[in-house]
Design a protein. Structure first.
Length: 287
């Protein structure tokens, strides 16, 4: 009998050893459930059990209603699917990320608003300066046109006055004895003189140390050559002109002439002549 008791005890020990892992798992689940209950209900299981013991017993009808409500809740839980146990941590991470991105968005919106304000100020300043320059050049052009053509009328006009920075400029000119018309309807010589009047109007608005004019007198006849030369004489006290020209009348106004001649062996040679020195040596005075 002692042997039988020992064998029975050994079997019990074996069974206990075999069930120890399952028991440990159950205990772990119980601890997790206990912690979860504490988080959900914000009370310990013991406190909940104490409160439940103080509740009055339910009638059969109330018990059935509670069971139905419980069944409905269980059904809704099933519809929700598996519960993400890391949802709280994920929510905290997403909330922090959202706060960071919101701050970045605010900074970008403030930077954009500042940039737009800067662009607005630049556009206003550019528009104001353009209109100031346009009105000044427009006035100078009208005066110089009358001087060049010895009468007549000319004006500059914006094609789009509401958007001057993107607008084209149209030129209207009326030489003496003709109608006011667009630049395209003038003769070649008249077009050249109108262009020179506009060019010198720009010179007058914004004088520079020197200007280079490359054969601008090539299409001009004798009468217009004289008008062009009068412009050079009028402005020569304000700036220096480097004029490329083959016209003798224009060259007579120069202080220094530079030319290129073909030397021996076909080699080009630069020649410079100071007209004042030549005229002095010849006893000729300049007008």
């Amino acid at each position: 009998r002692v042997r039988e008791a020992q064998e029975a005890l050994e079997e019990v020990r074996t069974e206990v050893s075999r069930n120890e892992p399952a028991l440990a798992a159950v205990e772990a689940d119980l601890r997790n459930l206990t912690e979860r209950m504490g988080e959900v209900f914000e009370e310990s299981p013991e406190a909940l059990a104490s409160e439940a013991a103080e509740l009055p017993p339910l009638s059969e009808e109330e018990r059935q209603e509670e069971q139905k409500a419980l069944a409905r809740l269980e059904e809704k839980i099933q519809e929700m699917g598996a519960v993400n146990m890391l949802a709280r941590e994920e929510y905290a991470e997403l909330e922090a990320r959202f706060g960071f991105l919101s701050g970045q968005r605010k900074d970008l919106e403030e930077s954009l608003a500042s940039l737009q304000e800067t662009i607005r100020k630049i556009n206003k300043t550019t528009r104001d300066r353009f209109m100031e320059a346009f009105e000044a050049v427009k006035e100078h052009f009208a005066v110089l046109f009358r001087e060049v053509f010895e009468g007549g009328e000319a004006r500059l006009s914006l094609l789009d006055e509401q958007n001057p920075l993107e607008s084209g400029v149209e030129i209207f000119a009326q030489p003496p004895g003709k109608k006011l018309q667009s630049l395209q309807l003038l003769s070649g010589g008249e077009k050249a003189m109108v262009a020179l009047a506009l060019l010198f109007a720009l010179f007058r608005y914004r004088p520079q140390p020197f200007f280079i004019l490359d054969e601008v007198d090539a299409p001009l006849d004798e009468a217009n050559i004289n008008r062009f030369n009068r412009l050079l004489l009028q402005f020569r006290g304000q700036t220096q002109f480097l004029v490329v020209s083959h016209n003798k009348r224009t060259m007579e106004l120069a202080e220094v002439l530079y030319g290129v001649s073909m030397g021996e062996g076909g080699v080009s040679r630069l020649v410079s002549v100071r007209l004042a020195e030549v005229e002095a040596s010849l006893g000729i005075g300049r007008a």
